[in-house]
Design a protein around this ligand. Structure first.
Ligand code: AMP
Ligand code: GLY
Length: 423
């Protein structure tokens, strides 16, 4: 079958790499893709949120299955668009419809879902401009730090954590009155601060059954020792060493099962990935957030650990046959280190030539922000490459990635040398 992946990051290159290994694949297309996906399939220069352009490509290239990488097209309703179009109805889409995508697209929707289904999460209240004064009073009754979340999608920047009450009030005003994040902050969720260690769980559901994919821990801050600005993710390890069997059981019983059952009870159709951001507080799991897609760079460590045929897995998902699917998860650990452009996550340069990509080892180099220019591979984003390796434990895997990185170079290349250092 012909498959189209929507997106252009390391997550999408990893999906392409795994799909390419399948004998069930005929032709692979990636829109818009990057220099890495170009070596595996055909890149299509179109924007995944331009549904009409996606439709034309699907018809032209006889695509039977679309895998949606990022959240934006899902929150905007790409799956609903396919279901409503007579020419696209039979095309399978991996990624939930708009209603379920609100689990990521609206913090308030996600919080209400968790309350309704008794899923452990931080206590909260939400506010609008009309209830700004109530928001101030709510903040006064909380202990610092204060956690303020723009309700809608804000490109990963919508969560602000402050220690000072005055600053927290000013931030709440900035979000609600000054529309700091535009429409995304016309509603703000204020919640209790949870102190613990974070991890990510991944579930794939066909709407009836589900499979637990490998879990991972990512490193969000730009600086070593988890300091500095938030990024999309600077590295990841899988599995998470502190998530032992009893903790994973708690996650399954208190979070994953109630989430899947809750979707059914609420009659919310869901075909695709559920990414649950968790925090472990005193050995108890709490949900920080839901995402309706795979994580990046978590994908770069979880997909390589799945030995099953990814095309077969997606077919089983689309045909509601996950109940009997065997994932065959690799016992080895995987780790990935992101190479980023100097200045990222603030301003950075694009177009610098990347050297050393020809170096061979048993590491996998996934492209994130790359493109080609005059037959050379150049930087084209803040996060440029993800170097993934396997090992008997995450330390061995990381050692291999760091060794491989010594052969790669571009101007002002930056990366964290302490991935996994807190484990
Ligand atoms: P989110 O966009 O909801 O994942 O939030 C971004 C980051 O803010 C999370 O990865 C956490 O590190 C942090 N965070 C969010 N909510 C809380 C909370 N209630 N307590 C502590 N940290 C939080
Ligand atoms: N690495 C976090 C995310 O993909 O949201």
């Amino acid at each position: 079958m012909n498959i189209l992946i929507l997106g252009s990051g390391g997550r999408e290159h990893t999906l392409a790499y795994k799909l390419k290994q399948s004998k069930l694949l005929t032709k692979l297309f990636i829109a818009p893709g990057n220099a890495g996906t170009q070596q595996i399939g055909t890149n299509l220069a179109l924007n995944p949120t331009n549904f009409e352009a996606v439709k034309q490509a699907v018809l032209k290239y006889k695509i039977a299955l679309v895998v949606v990488g990022p959240e934006d097209p899902l929150v905007k309703g790409i799956h609903d668009f396919f279901l409503a179009d007579s020419a696209l109805k039979k095309v399978k889409v991996i990624g939930p419809q708009k209603m379920a995508a609100q689990l990521e697209g609206s913090k308030e929707f996600a919080k209400e879902f968790m309350m309704r289904h008794h899923i452990p999460t931080a206590k909260y209240q939400s506010f609008t401009l009309k209830t700004l004064a109530d928001g101030f009073r709510f903040l006064e009754g909380l202990n610092p730090p204060f956690v303020l979340k723009a309700d809608g999608l804000a490109a990963g920047k919508g969560v602000v954590i402050l220690n000072d009450l005055k600053q927290a009030k000013a931030e709440l005003s900035a979000m609600l009155a000054d529309k700091k994040f535009g429409d995304a902050s016309s509603k703000v969720v204020i919640e209790e601060f949870l102190d613990g260690i974070e991890m990510s769980c991944f579930v794939l559901t066909d709407g009836k059954n589900y499979l637990n994919l490998p879990n991972a821990k990512d490193y969000k801050r730009i600086g070593e020792g988890d300091k500095g600005l938030n990024t999309g993710g600077m590295g990841a390890v899988s599995p998470v060493p502190f998530a032992d069997e009893s903790f994973l059981d708690k996650i399954e019983e208190r979070i994953i099962k109630p989430t899947i059952n809750g979707l059914k009870q609420d009659a919310i159709p869901y075909v695709g990935f559920i990414f649950i951001g968790l925090i472990k507080v005193n050995n108890e799991p709490f949900v920080i957030e839901y995402n309706v897609r795979l994580g990046d760079p978590e994908t770069e460590v979880i997909l390589p650990r799945i030995n099953a045929d990814l095309v077969a897995l997606f077919q089983a998902t689309a045909n509601q046959q996950l109940a009997t699917f065997d994932l065959q998860i690799d016992k080895q650990s995987a780790a990935t280190v992101m190479l980023v452009a100097g200045g990222y996550p603030e301003t950075y340069k694009k177009g610098d030539v990347i050297a050393g990509l020809e170096h061979q080892s048993d590491s996998l180099v996934f492209h994130a922000g790359t493109s080609t220019n005059n037959h050379q591979i150049v930087t084209n984003g803040g996060r440029v490459l993800a170097v993934t390796s396997f090992g008997t434990d995450f330390k061995e895997a990381l050692k291999k990635s760091y060794r491989h990185i010594e052969h790669i170079h571009f101007e002002k290349m930056n990366y964290r040398k302490d991935i996994g250092g807190d484990l």
